[in-house]
Design a protein around this ligand. Structure first.
Ligand SMILES: [Fe+2]
Length: 163
């Protein structure tokens, strides 16, 4: 470990590994922030029955995605790499298609949300696997994210209307 690293009290990981881990965390951060924005968009604009359970469930999901994004961002900073949660970075980096504007039925909202959440969970699972070779403490953060997103997917999937 370099003297600079010791003086900065950075984790005892070489610079390359810290950069690689932070890269995986950053990619996850922008997805979680984007999901939290999508969640609020749907929370506000769903219409029809059953309105209230989904309206409230969406807020719980937003809270979870915001909490997870905080944990992910802070792990990157703990590695000595700045987190970037700026709107433009999220917009250009999340890879999640925007949802339709305007009011939409509860069924349509679920059909908008579930595939996006499934794609994100799959991508984070791949990063979680890669982090096993790089930094177990960062992997542990993504393990928590994957466990939570996959639980959310289960609960949303079973409420999906059959098309
Ligand atoms: Fe609200």
């Amino acid at each position: 470990m370099s003297t600079v690293q010791q003086e900065a009290h950075l984790p005892a990981l070489d610079e390359h590994r810290r950069g690689e881990a932070a890269h995986e965390l950053q990619a996850t951060l922008v997805e979680l922030v984007d999901l939290s924005l999508i969640g609020k968009q749907l929370h506000w604009n769903i219409a029809g029955r059953p309105f209230k359970p989904l309206h409230e469930q969406l807020d719980e999901l937003v809270d979870s995605w915001r909490d997870l994004s905080d944990t992910v961002a802070e792990r990157a900073v703990a590695l000595g790499i700045a987190a970037d949660g700026r709107a433009g970075t999220v917009d250009s980096g999340s890879g999640i298609d925007p949802v339709l504007p305007g009011a939409l039925s509860t069924d349509a909202a679920l059909h908008e949300l579930v595939p996006r959440l499934a794609d994100v969970a799959e991508r984070i699972r791949s990063r979680m696997d890669r982090l096993g070779e790089i930094d177990l403490a960062s992997q542990d953060v993504l393990v928590e994210v994957v466990r939570e997103l996959e639980k959310q997917l289960w609960m949303l999937r079973v409420s999906l209307p059959t098309a």
